[in-house]
Design a binder for this molecule. Structure first.
Ligand code: TMP
Length: 206
């Protein structure tokens, strides 16, 4: 039985999710007295981090269907080994990306069949669904600006601009689904964090 709370942060590359995850964890622990696990996909366990290495290595040549299975492989291990035990222990789990990334990147971005993606998402998660998914909305041009600041590109970030635009459009569409909440991630870090805390506070109640 799940006792904890499962929060997923989603959105395009370089939309600031990991910074926001760290700030949210500090607030939940210090102000709300919650125990928190921050984790990420692909990755989050020793085996899943190895799969991440394969997926993001610019030297890997990976067919779209193989890419889909690798993301789901990482997810299955991560869900069983880390997320479910943390939820059973009553923790708040903040996960940087989960199933919506696969729908956006492999479904809409790579053009794989959306029903197949949904099915594999369901299998890899053992049916686990987030309590809240926060979708970071960011204009396409911000990626270029943030890239100049950070530099370096992994295999997915090297994909053509058209791929990134398809992914970004998909996120805008998907953020309207039930259970999703959208934040404008083009603003200063503190403003984005304030929005996120407001949504999470509503989810957790008093
Ligand atoms: P990140 O940790 O920088 O977000 O890198 C992960 C990359 O993998 C990012 O470009 C998004 C991509 N990705 C997918 O294509 N499908 C997925 O299911 C997940 C979780 C991530």
């Amino acid at each position: 039985m799940k006792k904890g709370v499962f929060i997923v942060l989603e959105g395009p590359d370089r939309s600031g999710k990991s910074t926001q995850a760290a700030l949210l964890k500090a607030w939940l622990e210090e102000e709300r007295g919650r125990r928190v696990l921050v984790t990420r996909e692909p990755g989050g366990t020793s085996v899943a981090e190895k799969v991440r290495g394969i997926l993001l290595d610019p030297k890997s040549e990976i067919a779209p269907l193989t890419e889909l299975f690798l993301y789901e492989t990482s997810r299955a291990q991560h869900t069983v080994e880390r997320i479910l035990p943390a939820l059973r222990a009553g923790k708040v789990v903040i996960c940087d990306r989960y199933t919506l990334s696969t729908t956006a990147y492999q479904g809409y971005g790579r053009g794989l069949d959306l029903k197949t993606v949904d099915t594999l998402n369901r299998v890899a998660t053992l049916g686990l669904k987030p309590d809240l998914t926060i979708v970071f909305d960011m204009p396409d041009r911000v990626f270029g600006q943030r890239e100049r600041l950070r530099g370096g590109r992994d295999r997915i970030e090297r994909a053509p601009d058209a791929f990134r635009r398809r992914v970004n459009r998909a996120y805008k569409l998907l953020s309207r689904r039930p259970g999703m909440t959208r934040v404008d991630a083009g603003r200063p870090i503190e403003a984005v964090q304030a929005d996120i805390r407001g949504r999470v506070a509503r989810l957790l109640g008093k």
